[in-house]
Design a protein around this ligand. Structure first.
Ligand SMILES: NC(=O)C1=CN([C@@H]2O[C@H](COP(=O)(O)OP(=O)(O)OC[C@H]3O[C@@H](n4cnc5c(N)ncnc54)[C@H](OP(=O)(O)O)[C@@H]3O)[C@@H](O)[C@H]2O)C=CC1
Ligand SMILES: CC(=O)N[C@@H](CCC(=O)OP(=O)(O)O)C(=O)O
Length: 318
C-alpha cells in the first residue's frame, strides 16, 4: 500500500449474512476503501482474481469449500497477493493461519497485525474460549478437566438458509442440535481454550434473529484449591482489564440473563454466576453472534491487519 493512500478491501461473499454486516460496518469507516464486484460477477473466478490483485485485504465470507478456493486464488497471486481474513471454519486450527481473537493472549493482537492470513473465530467458541482460557492459564482449571459448553444462538447464526426458514415460519421455536457431538466448532474451542480433553458442546437455536449466550457449569469442589465464584471472577477481571471489547461484569442477582442486549455491537460480557456454599458456578458469555461472534470481530481484526482505527459497531443497532 502506497503511503498516504487508503487501504482497499474486497469482501468475497458480501451478499451473505456475515458479509452484509461487515460491509455495513466498513461503510462507516472512511479509513477503508471498499471494492465490490457487480452482482452478475460475484461468483466469477476471473473477476474475483483480478480484483484480489488490486486490493490490500480480502475478507472471505463464504461456505468452507468456496473459502478454500478463494484462499488458494489469493495465495496464487504471489507478490500481488492481498492479506486474507477468512470468516469460515476452513482454517481455524490450520498452522499457517493466525486465530483472529485478539484477546486470546497478551500477544495475539500483535500476531494478527503481522499475519498475512487470519482466520476469524466461530461465534460459539469466542465466548467459551474467553471464559476458559484465563482459568486454564492460571492453573485453576486443569487442562484435562471435563468441560461442557451449553449455548443458544439467534437464527442468523445459520446463515441465509436458516434465516429464510425462520422467516417463513417453518422452523421450530427452539431446538437443541449438535447432539451427535461432532459440531464443527469443537476443534477450535478445545485448541484455543487450552483443553486436552474434548469438551461436550450442546448448542441450540431459538426464534429470534441475533444474540448469543455460552454457559459453562463447574463443580468448584473438583477444582484445585476449591476456588470460590469470586476467585474465578477476579481472574477474568484481571485478564481483561482495560480491553475495549471484553467486559467482565457482576452476574445479575436475578439469576437470569437474556441474549440480545449487545446486538449491533462488538462487545462481549463475561460473568460468573455461583453459589459459594454449594461450591458451584456457571460461567456465562453474552454477545451478538453477528457482532463479536462474526462481523464485528472481523472488522476488529481487519483494523489490526491494516494498521488503522476502525468502527466495529453496526450503523443501526440491531
Ligand atoms: N452467520 C454467522 O453467525 C456466522 C457465519 N460465519 C461463517 O461465515 C461464512 C458465511 O456465512 P453466512 O454469511 O452466515 O452464510 P450465508 O449463507 O448467509 O452467505 C454466504 C454467501 O456466500 C455466497 N457464495 C457462496 N459461494 C460463493 C462463491 N463461490 N463466490 C462468491 N460468493 C459465494 C452466497 O451466495 P448464494 O446465496 O447466491 O449462494 C451467500 O451470499 C460461513 O463460512 C460461516 O460459517 C462465521 C461466524 C458467524
Ligand atoms: C445457529 C447455527 O446454526 N449456527 C451455526 C454456527 C454459525 C457460525 O458461527 O459458524 P462459523 O463456524 O462459520 O462461525 C452452526 O451451529 O453451525
Amino acid at each position: 500500500m502506497a503511503q498516504g493512500t487508503i487501504p482497499s478491501v474486497f469482501i468475497d461473499g458480501e451478499a451473505g449474512t456475515t458479509g452484509l454486516q461487515i460491509r455495513d460496518r466498513l461503510a462507516r469507516n472512511s479509513a477503508v476503501g471498499l471494492r465490490s464486484l457487480p452482482d452478475a460477477d460475484r461468483k466469477n473466478p476471473e473477476a474475483k482474481r483480478a480484483l484480489m490483485a488490486e486490493v490490500d485485504l480480502v475478507v472471505l465470507c463464504l461456505p468452507d469449500a468456496a473459502s478454500k478456493e478463494s484462499a488458494a486464488m489469493a495465495a496464487s497471486l504471489g507478490a500481488d497477493a492481498p492479506k486474507v481474513l477468512d470468516a469460515s471454519t476452513a482454517f481455524r486450527v490450520h498452522p499457517d493461519w493466525v486465530y483472529g481473537l485478539p484477546e486470546l493472549t497478551p500477544d495475539q493482537a500483535a500476531l494478527i497485525a503481522a499475519a498475512p492470513r487470519v482466520s476469524n473465530p466461530g461465534c460459539y467458541p469466542t465466548g467459551a474460549i474467553l471464559l476458559l482460557r484465563p482459568l486454564v492459564d492460571a492453573g485453576i482449571l486443569p487442562a484435562d478437566h471435563p468441560i461442557s459448553v451449553n449455548a443458544i444462538s439467534g437464527y442468523t447464526g445459520g446463515g441465509k438458509a436458516m434465516v429464510a426458514e425462520y422467516e417463513a415460519g417453518t422452523a421450530p421455536e427452539f431446538e437443541l442440535y449438535g447432539l451427535g457431538l461432532g459440531h464443527k466448532h469443537v476443534p477450535e474451542l478445545q485448541a484455543y481454550a487450552g483443553l486436552t480433553r474434548r469438551p461436550i458442546f450442546v448448542p441450540s437455536v431459538g426464534d429470534y434473529a441475533q444474540g448469543m449466550l455460552d454457559s459453562i457449569p463447574l463443580h468448584l469442589d473438583l477444582l484445585p484449591g476449591s476456588p470460590s465464584p469470586a476467585d474465578l471472577h477476579a481472574i477474568l477481571a484481571e485478564r481483561y482489564r482495560g480491553m475495549e471489547f471484553v467486559r467482565v461484569i457482576e452476574a445479575p442477582a436475578s439469576g437470569k440473563i437474556e441474549p440480545q442486549a449487545l446486538n449491533g455491537t462488538n462487545m462481549i460480557e463475561l460473568m460468573v454466576f455461583g453459589h459459594p456454599v454449594q461450591r458451584q458456578a456457571v460461567l456465562v458469555a453474552r454477545f451478538d453472534n453477528l457482532g463479536k461472534g462474526a462481523s464485528g470481530a472481523a472488522v476488529q481484526c481487519l483494523g489490526l491487519m491494516l494498521g488503522i482505527e476502525v468502527e466495529t459497531a453496526l450503523s443501526v443497532a440491531a
